[in-house]
Design a protein around this ligand. Structure first.
Ligand SMILES: [Zn+2]
Length: 361
């Protein structure tokens, strides 16, 4: 599959059109505040929640099956205005090419996937570690996950260390969806995000909650600008629908393999240390299905930092270079995520008994 390299100026201009430049400008404008606040989460919230509120019991990591409370799609609401992704950024972004001699930037991304009929986990040990060590990350969050974990979602949304991103409403395979089903999966997380944001900010965009610092609106953009396809699987129509919804499609070039229970912490860390390149986008999971991720990050991240790597959000990475874009979605080889189609293919209708008319009662 062809990869297109875009000129820096073109991609920066296109990012600005999507409003992502303003997001990175916020990050650039508030480093001291961000560092202070992430060092002590309680301070960022003006005494309201205590640091203990951020602590996560191990049981919160475990997914719970058979719960359908949050399966229903977020109700329709008028959404923040957006423009379609312009030609220079359409397609599946795999990594970012950085200018020669620039800082060795990488983006850690964590998926918070949640399907129907379950409540996925929240791997608090990961977030405790990232906050303690001030490691930035981009969180591809299911809309349903945001609703079923609303207190956690609020904590993550207001934390300047983290960039919120869209991972579908209920982690469906978008290759198999069309029409309203496809649209709902794409806009559902934005609806959930805006509903939570509306509780955090008043209609002037200022902190509505006395526990938020006054500049909270700067850190809580009106729209999510990044999307990751569930299972890393797309087709041309789904890719177009995501881009038309004003979302950049973000894949990865460094897979940790962490959804496999047999992938040890050492193996995850080795994959990160061995394969990280400047401009890499790393995929891991924080929904309880990154089985050994929390133990792997404290091995990999100090080593990568010692090698000169610096962790930034995906938007910051994009603003620093030119995206490497493929025209299809895949893990390590074109076509390798198409196999997920079989998991979700509709069961064929039972054949009619001889002599009956199909469909008749
Ligand atoms: Zn996922």
């Amino acid at each position: 599959m062809g990869r297109l390299i875009r000129p820096f100026s073109q991609s920066s201009m296109a990012l600005a059109m999507l409003g992502l430049a303003s997001l990175s400008a916020v990050c650039a404008a508030t480093p001291a505040t961000a560092a202070d606040e992430t060092a002590a989460p309680g301070r960022a919230l003006s005494r309201c929640p205590a640091p203990a509120d951020y602590a996560s019991p191990l049981v919160e990591k475990l997914p719970k099956k058979g719960i359908r409370t949050f399966d229903r799609l977020e109700r329709e609401r008028p959404l923040a205005a957006h423009a379609p992704v312009p030609p220079g950024l359409r397609g599946a972004i795999r990594r970012v090419e950085l200018p020669k001699g620039s800082r060795k930037l990488v983006a850690l991304t964590l998926d918070l996937c949640e399907q129907t009929g379950e409540i996925a986990g929240y791997d608090g040990a990961i977030f405790d570690y990232l906050r303690r060590e001030r490691v930035k990350a981009t969180l591809f969050t299911g809309g349903k996950w945001m609703r079923s974990h609303e207190p956690r979602a609020r904590q993550l949304i207001i934390d300047p260390l983290f960039e919120m991103a869209n991972h579908g409403w209920a982690h469906r395979n978008l290759r198999l969806l069309t029409g309203t089903g496809l649209r709902d999966e794409i806009v559902g997380p934005q609806r959930a995000y805006e509903a939570i944001r509306a509780d955090l900010l008043n209609d002037k965009g200022l902190a509505a909650d006395q526990c938020l610092s006054p500049d909270a609106s700067l850190r809580v953009p009106a729209r999510i600008g990044l999307f990751r396809f569930p299972f890393g699987a797309c087709n041309a129509a789904a890719l177009d629908a995501v881009n038309d919804a004003g979302l950049l499609a973000i894949q990865w070039d460094l897979s940790t393999g962490d959804p496999s229970p047999t992938q040890s912490a050492r193996a995850i860390a080795d994959a990160m240390i061995r394969n990280a390149k400047p401009g890499s986008i790393i995929i891991a999971h924080a929904n309880g299905r990154g089985f050994n991720t929390a133990a792997a990050l404290p091995i990999a991240i100090p080593k990568l930092r010692a090698l000169g790597f610096e962790f930034v959000t995906v938007s910051e990475l994009l603003a620093a270079g030119r995206p490497v874009i493929a025209q299809s979605c895949y893990d390590s080889r074109p076509g390798d995520t198409d196999r997920y189609d079989a998991l979700f293919a509709l069961k064929p209708p039972r054949p009619a008994a001889p002599g009956t008319i199909p469909g008749a009662k």
